[in-house]
Design a protein around this ligand. Sequence first.
Ligand code: IVH
Length: 697
Amino acid sequence: MTRAQATAELARLSALLARANTAYHTDDAPEISDAEYDRLRQRNALIEARFPDLKRPDSPTEQVGAEVAEGFAKVAHSVRMLSLGNAFQTEDVTAFDTGIRRYLGLSASDPLAYTAEPKIDGVSLSLRYEAGHLVQAATRGDGTVGENVTVNARTIGDIPAVLTDAPAVLEVRGEVYMSHADFAALNRRQGASGGKQFANPRNAAAGSLRQLDAEITRARPLRFFAYAWGDVSAPLADSQLAAIARLNTLGFATNPLTVLCEGPDEMLEQYRGIEEQRATLGYDIDGVVYKINDLALQARLGFRSTTPRWAIAHKFPAELAWTRLQGIDIQVGRTGALSPVARLAPVTVGGVVVSNATLHNEDYIAGRDAKGGEIRGGKDIRIGDWVQVYRAGDVIPKIADVDLDKRPENTHPFAFPQKCPECGSDAIREEGDAVRRCTGGVICPAQAVEKLKHFVSRAAFDIDGLGARQVEQFHQEGWIQEPADIFTLRDRYGSGLQQLKNRDGWGEKSASKLFAAIDEKRNIPLGRLIFSLGLRHVGEAASNLLANHYGTWRNFETAMTAATVGEGSEWEDLIAIDGVGTVMATSLVTAFAQETERASIDRLIAHLSIQPARQADTSGSPVAGKIVVFTGTLEKMTRAEAKARAEALGAKVSGSVSARTDLVVAGPGAGSKAKKAADLGIKILDEDGWLALIGAA
Ligand code: IVH
């Protein structure tokens, strides 16, 4: 970037950000997404860092208002607010029924009733009534903690303030939505008063509910359908249908299209019926929800981690729309992957305005997969093209097709960048990899930020008060470049001229809380630490395998440092770990051999006290420390069980036989591994021999 370009770009960014700030603050009607906003701010900061003397007097880095107002108090839900699993096809619905029958031990002919009702496309809300009085209204948030919007909820006509004959505690759950007619009228009013237009009724409902000034909410025509409940001091009824009827009697609007179905055929019939009425309902729905009617069965079925087993959302088919591809942006991820993103002329696809779509990688844009096969009939994607966008369920929009007849003249195949757009380093593709990657490593600001975000993520360091937003901000301001810097924050910004507590959005309390939270994580389990490094192909499970195998950081880093890709005993030992393949091993060894990466790891380690992996007391175990390979069929236990048992006794279970293998347990059908073991003179036992050895026969 030349100085002239930098000057122009800084001016452009400053204008864009100022406009975004106004839209956000005066109207509560953001024009760009938070992510886009952050991206613009970051780009601005990067250019300023490279050309400090070009920094504008009205530089966005100096402005308040970057922080999205955190005006709502958080509330923990007493019963989690879950989402629903999705069905897209008829078979998914029959599979849902079959799965439930299997779980409950019912035969195909046993009666099993479901309710079917529209899935309202709005915002979910939980209303808590105590002694018949509305005491709290909370949005779903992350399901565990939501936002307290009680004052706003009280302005919604469909939400009763007082209930008679209700259980002492009753949490009513349902959807806040806006009708098509009210939505159109609201947008007309907004237009007349120069306010922002809402993209669709759901956005309008969400934006109207989450107003810091409840008087604005009052002026917005919001409605509410009740369809579920959370905490209740006494059961509402013994069936879903009767419980909904009870909510209706208590004064809640419930959806009139809720019916009882005796199995999949009737459910699908209802689905088609509701789909036919979709256009004339007067509000947005995006599918049909089926729920087991008998509440005792619901209780038996219970929940998976985030969804109930007793309900499913049958979504309407993916929606398609044609629009113009205005540009292709390249985003750089944690491991340097260059991900192309389509910038589209905004188009409504299934009630949602889409302006971005994923383009995966350069082969996808070129219309060829890694093996040379055609994608979209081999049509490439060019800027200026008319493209067909689709969304199915909640997935990221994709491009289904290109209209070659409408391709403008003088277009060129997209030239995928060979340099990283963020740091200018070479971006290269390794053989067999569809992804082009920036080679800048830690000097690439985009990679650095993504790495930091990964470092503080939940399964990694999980530092209270230090999330993706905060690390991005700290990085932007040059406070942290790499994970090690987090641990010197207090030294650098805990006192002195530039103090954290004086920053926007921070105070004495939150700053000292953050420093304490950081200190708390100086003591970290080895597995977490390895995962936190964010090395390519090294996920959470693999990190724990590595931790268990090497036991201590010292062992691990000594081995990684000594290892060479493809040869030597350290390499053999590494790939002998069941669950570690050559791809992951190569990534590990390469990372430790890479000077800048390695130096950054060493700087981090200096601040930490690393808990060794807890290894079971295996003294006296005949197989402690031995490398064991299981092959062939085991008859007395599953492979997973055998492995778990061997590991509990301190053995290392490997997937392949090498000179370092101590013992092979060969069941019937054992093939090349047993042969190799025999050739190498390694001890071979059958299953009974193994059980006898470990004293389990
Ligand atoms: S039942 C335990 N019924 O869809 C599950 N949800 O994708 C309770 N939704 O978070 C939800 N209409 O916000 C249920 N008739 C309906 C619904 C509905 C819309 C929303 C709800 C939920 C999301 C899941």
